[in-house]
Design a protein around this ligand. Structure first.
Ligand code: NAD
Ligand code: MLT
Length: 526
């Protein structure tokens, strides 16, 4: 596997990538775009920060790409839809630099409120002068946070220590979070604008948040309001902010991000009320080490096909929840894989029923595991956790997930696959760590531990069948590890299920099918 790193990450991160077994790493910081597009077909993964644009043009060249690692938080330079439809997993490190970003926000607020840069420039020019440099305290002022997510919450806690009153506008989070953080909720942005002495924005850059503060909004603010943007360039309209500063509505601005960055172009640059830094929010030794290590570990895990907690285009899971869920993911995938290895009819609907403890989990990921399993035998590596839902949708398959909690059935997952005029059912349970079982296949009850290679035979329920199969497999040098037979009625049809040590070739399968009384024999590979 080959990884290209196009933007600077910490030495610790680079080292980790280089030490990963089977990984070849090329460090190409600041590689020109044209050159990147030319070489990218060779690579399985790319590690970027915020400058490399991962867009449709990039994906069209990146024919071998499996993973995009975003060393940092915001993913606005990554076109997510393109990655998802191609099954490319996008991972980031959302927790690794938030403390640094929160501290820088506060640094910019204090520096701009106390004219630190202007004063420093005067001293540099050997002028010791205090007039015109009067600032203001934070004590008992109202801080208005727009976006009460990770960084918004860290800034809140820290500024509460300054005895500021914190109010916030974030329509996407529950009232309980406001309460827990001791923050007054603003129902509207206008409400916040009217009350805040200081405004700090911590939202992602979306259609809704670009220019969220423009001329009309600044006009609603308290005269003398101080603003900070350590999130993304363009959340405040820079032209309108410059005008609001000139009109005396905004007293100061601390700005870490510009709409045209990395180009240092903005009307804010020439205003002495502004303190600007070149996107330094995450630039601390600690954050860069955290980010470098985290992204290297995630890219390596994703390339190995392991689950990554911070996959942006997968349902988000806490690492602990992911650990608890691993057995269910293996079971879901195993159940899914049975269908196309036993049947061929086109699927119309897949219904996944979760019962007992498993129904109380975030089952979205298990559903993806089932879908990945279903489609993998026919789509191979073109289907994965990222695009499994899209793969189903693209084939016109309806997905229905239902849950039953309670004591009756413990940890049971049932997959009903609807085809024209028929339903194929498989079920399984998790009994404990690394202890998963398939309990039903197409109406036949079993208690099977799934293995890499399995043989399934449908036969008439009559004497001598087991002996014949055993003899034939023995003669073909196939070692049977375990065997179970299930029948749904006496003298009717039976299903025989064997785990075997090796792959069984086509010739042996044909011989099996030739035994009188065997209706069908299939090899199943997990
Ligand atoms: P987060 O996802 O934890 O929080 C974002 C919050 O914004 C969420 O609570 C969301 O509900 C809210 N939000 C979304 N749309 C909104 C809207 N229209 N109005 C109000 N609230 C809205 O993100 P985070 O980790 O706290 O990061 C915040 C920002 O900081 C992001 O833009 C991120 O890219 C940026 N960031 C910058 C630096 C830096 O170096 N300057 C470093 C890290 C993160
Ligand atoms: C981030 O989103 O993590 C920050 O903006 C820092 C960065 O881009 O490196």
């Amino acid at each position: 596997m080959k990884v290209i790193v196009t933007e600077r990450i910490s030495d610790k991160g680079v080292e980790l990538l280089k030490n990963a077994a089977g990984l070849e790493v090329d460090i190409c910081f600041d590689i020109p775009r044209a050159e990147l597009l030319e070489v990218i077909p060779k690579y399985d993964a790319i590690v970027v920060r915020s400058v490399t644009k991962i867009n449709e043009e990039f994906y069209e060249h990146a024919t071998n790409l499996k993973v995009v690692g975003r060393a940092g938080n915001g993913v606005d330079n990554i076109q997510m839809e393109g990655a998802t439809k191609r099954g490319i997993i996008v991972v980031n490190t959302p927790e690794s630099n938030i403390v640094s970003a929160a501290e820088h926000t506060i640094g910019l607020l204090l520096a701009s409120s106390r004219n630190v840069v202007k004063a420093h420039k005067m001293i540099e020019s050997r002028v010791w002068e205090r007039s015109g440099l009067k600032g203001s305290e934070m004590l008992h002022k109202t801080l208005g946070i727009i976006g009460l997510g990770r960084i918004g919450a860290l800034v809140t806690k820290r500024m509460q220590a300054f005895e500021m009153k914190v109010i916030a506008y974030d329509p996407y989070i529950a009232d309980a979070r406001f309460k827990k953080l001791g923050v007054e909720k603003c129902e509207t942005l206008d409400d916040l604008l009217k009350k805040a002495d200081v405004i700090s924005i911590h939202t992602p850059k979306t259609e809704e948040t670009v220019n969220i503060l423009g001329a009309a909004e600044f006009a609603k603010c308290k005269k003398g309001v101080r603003v900070v943007n350590c999130a993304r360039g363009g959340l405040y309209n820079e032209q309108d902010l410059a005008e609001a500063i000139k009109k005396g509505i905004v007293a100061s601005a601390g700005i870490d991000v510009l709409v045209d960055e990395p180009k240092p172009i903005s009307p804010l640059i020439d205003l002495e009320e502004c303190v600007l830094t070149p996107h330094l929010g995450a630039d601390t030794t600690e954050a860069q080490d955290n980010v470098g290590i985290a992204i290297a570990e995630e890219v390596v895990s994703a390339l190995r096909g392991e689950m990554v907690p911070n996959a942006v285009n997968l349902p988000s899971l806490h690492p602990h929840d992911l650990e608890d869920m691993l057995d269910y993911l293996h079971l879901g995938e195993a159940l899914g894989k049975l269908y196309y290895q036993l049947k061929k009819d086109p699927i119309e609907k897949i219904e996944i029923l979760y019962q007992g403890e498993v129904a109380e989990m975030e089952t979205q990921m298990i559903t993806r595991a089932v879908l990945k399993g279903v489609f993998e035998p026919i789509l191979k590596e073109r289907v994965n956790y990222v695009n499994a839902e899209l793969a189903a949708e693209g084939r016109g398959v309806d997905i229905v997930e239902s849950k039953m909690t309670g004591e009756t059935k413990r940890n049971l997952i049932t997959v009903n696959i609807y085809v024209k005029d028929n339903v194929f059912t498989v079920s399984g349970k998790v009994f404990g760590e690394n202890n998963i079982r398939i309990t039903e296949i197409d109406g036949f009850e079993f208690d099977l531990t799934p293995e890499r290679f399995m043989l399934v035979a449908r036969n008439q329920d009559k004497p001598g069948m087991i002996g014949q199969i055993g003899t034939l497999l023995g003669a073909s040098r196939v070692n049977i590890a375990t065997m179970q037979v299930s029948r749904n009625q006496k003298d009717g049809c039976a299903m025989m299920f064997m785990t075997v040590d090796n792959e069984v070739n086509k010739e042996t399968l044909n011989l099996l099918q030739g035994i009188d009384g065997i209706k069908k024999a299939n090899l199943i590979k997990l």
